[in-house]
Design a binder for this molecule. Structure first.
Ligand SMILES: Cc1ncc(COP(=O)(O)O)c(C=O)c1O
Length: 234
């Protein structure tokens, strides 16, 4: 670019083909094609089955208590700056209490990390695991951001299938076959996107056991990342 006689050279990184391919895994193109064929003014109502955000439906209104708490927090003027560890403490305690309600033990607020949505959580977790030479197990079908961030953080992605005939449960044999000495984590999405399934406690336990057993021979420290998309009541 010419800038008053001086030329500016942009130093953007060269596109990463693996990352681009991971980002391509989306039904977006097919959806656009379907939408292009629709006449929304026609007599038949259009049901947006690909729309995952429930907030546009009247039955999914935020609870008035949550709205009022938010307004009160803004009006208090106490939270208009950068948060300190102490600012987040009441929220982390509340989440720990809520998640412990059906457990025989209490989850500590020290083990609760609040992020700006699921995307930041995925990014953070993948950056912790990411290094050259390791691999991570992801569900197929799955949520595209897992793969994009895994690839971005130099991990090899290995897919295990979800089985439609078993309510989209995890293919346990595939997990055992795929994991090896360089596997650092398995991602389980529950409730599942895009399949909509919710796993039983027993199934989650079986997945963990299959994963752990397949790695026992390698004496590895391993992680099971269960991405739980929670809508917490206030
Ligand atoms: C499995 C999964 N993880 C993460 C996200 C992203 O969450 P957020 O929009 O809170 O960043 C979504 C959103 O649909 C999701 O389905």
């Amino acid at each position: 670019m010419e800038d008053g006689g001086r030329s500016t050279q942009w130093r953007f990184a060269a596109p990463n083909p693996t990352l681009a391919a991971a980002g391509e895994r989306s039904i977006q193109k097919a959806l656009l094609q379907v939408h292009a064929c629709l006449d929304e003014r026609g007599p038949r109502p259009v049901i947006p089955l690909s729309h995952g955000d429930p907030s546009s439906a009247p039955s999914f209104r935020t609870a008035p208590e949550a709205e009022e708490a938010l307004v009160a927090a803004v009006r208090s003027g106490e939270y208009n700056g950068y948060p300190t560890p102490a600012t987040g403490l009441p929220a982390r305690r509340a989440v720990a209490e809520y998640l412990s309600r059906d457990l025989p033990y209490m989850i500590s607020h020290d083990d609760i990390f609040l992020t700006c949505g699921g995307s930041q959580a995925i990014e953070t977790v993948m950056s912790v695991f990411g290094q050259a030479g390791v691999n991570i197990l992801l569900p197929m079908p799955g949520y595209p951001k897992h793969e994009a961030h895994a690839v971005f953080h130099r991990m090899e992605v290995r897919h295990y299938n979800l089985l439609p005939e078993r309510g989209w449960e995890v293919d346990l044999e595939a997990v055992e076959a795929l994991a090896d000495g360089n596997t650092v984590a398995i991602v389980i999405t529950n409730p599942n996107n895009p399949c909509g399934s919710v796993y039983t406690y027993e199934h989650l336990a079986k997945v963990s056991i299959a994963f752990v057993q397949s790695l026992v021979t390698f004496f590895l420290i391993l992680f099971v990342v269960i991405e739980v998309i929670c809508l917490l009541p206030c």
